[in-house]
Each structure stands twice: as structure tokens, then as C-alpha cells.
Design a binder for this molecule. Structure first.
Ligand code: NAD
Ligand code: TYD
Length: 368
């Protein structure tokens, strides 16, 4: 049994689906179901007894403590977070509450649970879990974090390695940095067996259409502007979400506790190039009725305040030490992604109704 937090969000739901496609080990999924959490992502698991969904917050100490004692997970993968930089600029409070205070309460509950475990693994056969169960020694807490904690790179700087200084620039990245520090401190102070992964920008199925790639696909098909912040020459390093999931599984099974692993696929791209790629793919797969390119919808808008210029991940450590490699190139991954959005208009419709309407279009004013 493992506990996944934030498993109804973009990466978390891909992880839960992937996990249960590859093993019968059950998952308890704790998710608050904010605007970013959608049970529609997990509809294929309806009626599957290996998936136990609990709506609730990582900040609810009593709830988490009860879940841990009831289900006795051998590992926890912590995805739960507020994750959108633009939202953190418009309103940082939720980011502080979930990413920092929430992670603290989660860690406190986990510390109590971990300290109550037996020193050595014991074998157990019960209704929901079988095989080796949790012991102090084998337990793992894997904290999923971001490359944004390292700040912004200049054009010729080497990619982020695990020893880069933390220099977070947005309320989002600062709150993730704080959570990473808490996780580290629980290892050094209490001995909690933690692992931390810092990953680059993900893309793929179930990505909420407020982030660049799904927003551009959604707006293009809806005939709306494709907003490029500033000059569009900011660089992000892209990883297909299923590759992130495989990296997390690998770190969970073979990572050294207390260590940090950067995860990425060596795919640096300027934002404008990503948008042009998406336009070209949509021109091919779903041409506009007027025969023009989707490029015509590109609109330059005012830049994001404090916009980080470049992120790039050096994934050498996870490749060398754990033998992990991504399966997708940017070309194969982006094609799968565009096809998924074209094939799943009902999912997009579902998640973009309601609160989404009040958010999208909230940019930084017109370009001056
Ligand atoms: P997301 O916003 O799509 O999903 C977050 C999920 O967490 C949602 O299901 C939401 O309901 C849930 N949640 C929010 N607050 C909660 C709380 N207090 N208790 C329980 N659940 C709560 O985010 P994502 O893109 O899937 O990111 C998942 C994790 O990966 C985050 O920690 C993020 O910082 C990290 N990360 C994301 C990326 C990326 O490109 N998306 C890259 C690197 C790291
Ligand atoms: P985003 O998907 O929000 O991820 P992050 O800020 O965590 O990297 O943005 C990716 C890049 O795309 C980032 O440089 C900001 C830019 N961007 C736009 O140019 N237009 C948009 O509408 C959005 C949402 C992002």
C-alpha cells in the first residue's frame, strides 16, 4: 500500500493510473480537490478496489494521522501543492498554506507514524495489502518538487545540478523551496527516510488548461488568442509526464534516502518555439476552417512580473546512479499530447467549466 497526495491533479493522476497499470499494490489517494484536482482524471478506476480516494487536505493532521494508522502505507508520494506561478502572483496565500504549512502538518503526521513502525520489515497478508509492509527501515517519503527552486539561468549557465543554490523568485517557487527545506530538515533532525525530486516542466494528458501547452491547444481550438508573455524567448525544459512518473517510481525503489534527484529530459525550448510547434501540429491534425494557420492567433501580451528567463535540468545524477532514462523525445511526447486533447474534448469541457472561467484571461494587462 502506498499513499499518494494530490493524486487527482495533473501529475498525480498520471502517476496513480501508471502505478495501477503496472502493479496491483493499492493506492490511497488523498486530494483536497481544488480547482486543479479532477476525479474525471481517474474515472477509469471507478469500482477498482486498488484505488481508495479520500477527499481532504495534507494540512489536516488528524485526518492524515488516521489514514496512516488505518492503511499502514510503506511509502508516501507527495504531489499535493498549489502549482501555478501566475496564480501565486495574483494570490500567494494558498501557496503558503498548502505548500508550506500543509507540508509541515503532513510531515508531522508522517513522523509520528514512522516512529511507531517496527524496526525490521514484517510480512503481512491481509485483505488490501500483501507482501512486505512498512518498517522504519523500508519506509519512504518521496517529496515531488520543481526545478524552479533554483531560480533563473543566464543563456550560457550550465543546467541546474542538485548542488545549485536555492534562489526561488516567485511565490510559487519560494513556497516549494520552503517545503523542500522542511523535508530535508525532517531527514537530518529526525532521521525520516525522505527522497526529493526536482523536476522540469511537465506536459501531457490531464494537464489543466491554464499552463502554457494545454492553454495554447485549448485556445487555438476555441479560436481565442494564444498569449505569449513578453518576447516569448524564455526557455523551459520539457518532460513528458509519463517519464516523470517512471522517474519517481525509480527513485522510490532505488534512491538513497536524504538524496535529491533532478529529473528532466534535456529538452530546452523557447516558449515561442513551443507555441509554433503546437500551431503546426494543429494545422496538420485539425486545420482551421478558413485554411489559415493557428499562428494567426498568437498575441504578445505583457510579461509576467519577475519572469524567470531560463530553466534547464542536468539529469546526469538520476541517469548515472539509478539508470533512469526518459522514453519520449519532445517530438513524440508533444504529438501524443496534442492527439490526447483532440480526442478528449469532454474532459476539457468538464475541467474548464466553473471556476476556470473566472481565472483565464486574467493576464498582466496589455503589452506596454
Ligand atoms: P496540479 O495543480 O495539477 O495538482 C495539484 C493537486 O494537489 C490537485 O489535485 C489539488 O486538488 C491537490 N491539492 C492542492 N492542495 C491540496 C491540499 N492542501 N491537500 C491535498 N491535496 C491538495 O499540480 P501538478 O502539476 O500535478 O504538480 C504536482 C506536483 O509536482 C506539485 O508539487 C508541483 O509543485 C510539482 N511539479 C510540477 C511540475 C509541472 O510542470 N506541473 C514540474 C515539477 C514539479
Ligand atoms: P507555465 O506553463 O505557467 O509554467 P511555469 O511558469 O511553471 O514554467 O508557463 C510556461 C512558460 O510559458 C513560462 O515561461 C510562462 C509562459 N507562458 C506564456 O507565455 N503564456 C501563457 O499564457 C502562459 C500560461 C505561460
Amino acid at each position: 500500500m502506498i499513499l499518494v497526495t494530490g493524486g487527482a491533479g495533473f501529475i498525480g493522476s498520471n502517476f496513480v493510473l501508471d502505478w495501477l497499470a503496472q502493479s496491483d499494490e493499492p493506492v490511497v489517494n488523498l486530494d483536497k480537490l481544488t480547482y486543479a484536482g479532477n476525479l474525471a482524471n481517474l474515472v477509469t478506476l471507478d469500482g477498482d478496489s486498488r484505488h481508495i480516494f479520500i477527499q481532504g487536505s495534507i494540512g489536516d493532521f488528524a485526518l492524515v494521522a488516521r489514514l496512516l494508522s488505518e492503511h499502514q502505507p510503506r511509502a508516501i508520494v507527495n504531489f499535493a501543492a498549489e502549482s501555478h506561478v501566475d496564480r501565486s502572483i495574483h494570490g500567494p496565500e494558498d501557496f503558503i498554506q498548502t505548500n508550506i504549512v500543509g507540508t509541515f502538518h503532513l510531515l508531522e503526521a508522517v513522523r509520528g507514524y514512522w516512529q511507531s513502525l517496527a524496526d525490521e520489515p514484517v510480512r503481512q497478508e491481509c485483505e488490501r495489502s500483501s507482501g512486505e509492509v512498512s518498517s522504519k527501515q523500508s519506509f519512504r517519503f518521496l517529496h515531488v518538487s520543481t526545478d524552479e527552486v533554483y531560480g533563473s539561468l543566464a543563456t550560457n549557465d550550465p543546467a541546474f545540478s542538485e548542488s545549485n543554490r536555492y534562489e526561488p523568485n516567485s511565490p510559487y517557487s519560494a513556497s516549494k523551496a520552503a517545503s523542500d527545506h522542511l523535508v530535508r530538515a525532517y531527514h537530518h533532525t529526525y532521521g525520516l527516510p525522505v527522497l526529493t525530486t526536482n523536476c522540469s516542466n511537465n506536459y501531457g494528458p490531464y494537464h489543466f488548461p491554464e499552463k502554457l501547452i494545454p492553454l495554447v491547444i485549448h485556445n487555438a481550438l476555441a479560436g481565442k488568442p494564444l498569449p505569449i508573455y513578453g518576447d516569448g524567448q524564455q526557455i523551459r525544459d520539457w518532460l513528458y509526464v509519463k517519464d516523470h512518473c517512471s522517474a519517481i517510481r525509480r527513485v522510490l525503489e532505488a534512491g538513497t534516502t536524504g538524496e535529491v534527484y533532478n529529473v528532466g529530459a534535456w529538452n530546452e525550448k523557447a516558449n515561442l518555439d513551443v507555441v509554433l510547434t503546437l500551431c503546426a501540429m494543429l494545422d496538420e491534425l485539425r486545420p482551421r476552417s478558413d485554411g489559415k494557420s493557428y499562428k494567426a492567433q498568437i498575441t504578445y501580451v505583457k510579461d509576467r512580473p519577475g519572469h524567470d528567463r531560463r530553466y534547464a535540468i542536468d539529469a546526469g545524477k538520476i541517469e548515472r546512479e539509478l539508470g533512469w532514462k526518459p522514453a519520449e523525445t519532445f517530438d513524440t511526447g508533444i504529438r501524443k499530447t496534442v492527439r490526447w486533447y483532440l480526442d478528449n474534448p469532454a474532459w476539457v469541457e468538464n475541467v474548464t467549466s466553473g471556476a476556470y472561467q473566472n481565472w483565464v484571461g486574467k493576464q498582466y494587462g496589455s503589452r506596454s
